[in-house]
Design a protein around this ligand. Structure first.
Ligand code: ADP
Ligand code: MG
Ligand code: ZN
Length: 210
C-alpha cells in the first residue's frame, strides 16, 4: 500500500521527543541566571531535573550552579564528560531535564552526549561562553549551538561605555585559555571597547586624566 498524506501527517504525542536549548553570551550576560530560571520552572512543572557543572568552576559553591546575582540551584560538579555520563546514565529513567552550566569547560564529547540525551527524549539545557577572552569561538559551544533546537544569545553591559556587550574582556595580559574568576579578572565589553590583547578595568578608563 502506498503511503497516503494521512498516514504521513504528524501524530502528536506519538513519541517522547527531546529538546536541546543553548543559552550563550559573554560573562555577566545572565546565562546562569537564565539556566536557573528554566530549571526552577521545570521543577514547578514537576519535571525531574539533574544539574551539572564542571568542577573547575568552584567560584561560589561546589554543590550548586550560582549566578553573579546570587541565584542558585543544586548541582553536581563533575570533572569531565565521562564522569558526567557516569553520573547521568544509571539514573536516566528518573530524569526529565538535564541542566549543564559552564559548558565551555567540557570537551567536544559533550556534543555526542547531548545528542544521546535528546534521542532518549530528554530536555537538555546548556549554558556557556560562546567566545574566549581572545574573541574566538569557544568549543564546544559552536557545535552545541548548531545542533540545538533553540539558542538564546544574551548580552551583558559594557563596563566602559554601557552599550550591549558581546565580549568577555580579560583584565591583565595573561594568554592562558582558562583563568577562572569573575569580577576583577574579567569584565563585559562591547565590540568597540573590547581589547583581545588584555586591558585594565573599564571603570579606570572612565577616570579623568590629572
Ligand atoms: P553569566 O552566567 O552569564 O556569567 P550570571 O547569570 O552569573 O551571568 O550573572 C548575571 C548578573 O550579573 C546580572 O543579573 C547582574 O546582576 C550582574 N552583572 C554584573 N556585571 C554585569 C554586567 N557588566 N552586565 C550585566 N550584568 C552584570
Ligand atoms: Mg554563569
Ligand atoms: Zn563599550
Amino acid at each position: 500500500m502506498t503511503e497516503t498524506a494521512q498516514s504521513r501527517s504528524v501524530q502528536p504525542g506519538r513519541m517522547e521527543v527531546g529538546r536541546i536549548e543553548v543559552i550563550t553570551g559573554p560573562m555577566f550576560s545572565g546565562k546562569s541566571e537564565e539556566l536557573i530560571r528554566r530549571l526552577k520552572r521545570a521543577q514547578i512543572a514537576r519535571l525531574r531535573i539533574a544539574s551539572f557543572k564542571p568542577d573547575i568552576d568552584l567560584r561560589y559553591q561546589r554543590d550548586a550552579i550560582a549566578s553573579h546575582s546570587a541565584h542558585s540551584i543544586e548541582a553536581v560538579a563533575v570533572g569531565d564528560v565521562a564522569r558526567l555520563r557516569a553520573a547521568l546514565f544509571p539514573a536516566l529513567e528518573t530524569i526529565d531535564v538535564v541542566g549543564i552550566d559552564e559548558a565551555q569547560f567540557f570537551d567536544d564529547t559533550l556534543v555526542g552526549l547531548a545528542m544521546e540525551l535528546v534521542r532518549a527524549g530528554k530536555r537538555v539545557v546548556l549554558a556557556g561562553l560562546d567566545t574566549t577572552f581572545a574573541g574566538e569561538p569557544f568549543a564546544p559551544l559552536p557545535a552545541l549551538m548548531a545542533i540545538a533546537d533553540e539558542v538564546e544569545k544574551l548580552s551583558a553591559v559594557c563596563m566602559v561605555c554601557g552599550a550591549p556587550a558581546i565580549h568577555t574582556q580579560r583584565l591583565g595580559t595573561s594568554q592562558q585559555l582558562v583563568v577562572v574568576g569573575a569580577t576583577g579578572v574579567y569584565e563585559a565589553r562591547c565590540r568597540a571597547c573590547f581589547r583581545p590583547e588584555g586591558d585594565v578595568p573599564g571603570a579606570e578608563q572612565l577616570k579623568l586624566p590629572g
